[in-house]
Design a protein around this ligand. Structure first.
Ligand SMILES: [Zn+2]
Length: 331
């Protein structure tokens, strides 16, 4: 069956299979759901299934024909993916400065126009063209408006797929022209299965799926963060400094990691609060949790992430918090 690679999104997959089987792919789809739950994979699967040159009797794509391979590799001339990453590549080729490209937080108008042009051209090989825009809510107004023109008069045999974790931030005129498909946070069991498929150990998969809010992306980010922090010695007086130093050099990444680190500390404190029997210690932990939420806010307000993390760890040193996500080994 098509979409066999998508785990834990039965409703969305049923909806997409239905559209595909009925031969009624709309000119615009909007996949809504948190990051890291399979939206991008499902969009690529849809393009693969609609264009395979060798579809099996059960509707499953062969994954071997030129079309299947090109779409999966992102090299198909009629099926394009635009995201903050591919956009950086687009502008790098145009000679823009690499360090500025890393910091991009918005999809700009030029790559959207590039897709719109391709949408108007006759397909090179595809039966049905696909143009996928990830993080669609980050489009600058001129990009959204360029897209809107296309959605108003869509050429035949093509589908735009917008992916968004914050669909309410999309231009309402764009949103209203898309058929919506909802993706949900992955169930713990489904997330574990996906993580096991990425060669994580069972213990690691269990631990990460406890704290990743049903998101593969978040689970992998926590994993990378814990790896970075592994060098920092929790028992050393230098721990706050070491942890801050272990943050990535890039400010945007450091900010995301520091926020995640504080989140892990909050979870660590919360799980200990639940099993703590001493009233005084319970109170101290509750106070610590409150302070950690405040530090979390400082990071959103552009306080230097390393400074915020180091200060939080120094201030809360008496609580002996750790980044460990395994509540059974704490306390
Ligand atoms: Zn194929």
């Amino acid at each position: 069956m098509s979409f066999s690679a998508i785990t834990g999104q039965e409703r969305a997959v049923t909806q997409l299979r239905g559209l595909l089987a009925a031969g009624r792919l709309p000119s615009a789809l909007l996949f809504v759901g948190p990051p890291g739950v399979g939206k991008r994979m499902a969009a690529i699967e849809l393009a693969v299934a609609a264009n395979c040159q060798n579809t099996g009797f059960d509707g499953a794509p062969c994954r071997e024909c030129v079309s299947c391979r090109q779409i999966e590799q992102g090299t198909h001339p009629d099926c394009m993916l635009l995201s903050l990453d591919t956009q950086a590549e687009f502008f790098r080729k145009a000679g823009e400065d690499e360090s500025a490209l890393k910091k991009q937080e918005h999809i700009r108008v030029e790559p959207v126009r590039h897709m719109c042009d391709a949408a108007l051209r006759t397909a090179a090989t595809a039966r049905h063209k696909f143009f996928i825009i990830d993080d669609a809510e980050t489009m600058v107004p001129s990009a959204a408006n360029a897209l809107l023109k296309h959605l108003e008069e869509p050429p035949p045999a093509m589908t735009w797929i917008l992916l968004s974790a914050a669909a309410e931030s999309l231009l309402s005129t764009v949103r209203s022209r898309c058929q919506r498909v909802d993706f949900r946070p992955l169930a713990r069991h489904d997330l574990q299965q996906i993580l096991l498929g990425k060669s994580l150990t069972l213990a690691e998969a269990e631990r990460l799926s406890d704290i990743a809010d049903g998101s593969v992306e978040k689970a992998m980010r926590v994993r990378a963060l814990l790896e970075n922090m592994a060098e920092a010695d929790r028992l050393s007086p230098l721990f706050p400094m070491q942890a801050a130093k272990a943050l990535p050099k890039d400010t945007k990444e450091a900010r995301a990691d520091a926020a995640l680190a504080l989140e892990l500390l909050i979870q660590n404190a919360s799980s200990r609060w639940k099993i703590e029997t001493s009233r005084a210690k319970k109170q101290a932990l509750a106070g610590g949790i409150k302070r950690l939420f405040e530090y979390r806010k400082y990071i959103d307000r552009n306080v230097a992430p390393a400074l915020a993390l180091e200060t939080a760890l120094l201030e809360l040193e008496p609580l002996k918090l750790s980044f460990s996500t395994d509540s059974r080994r704490q306390g």
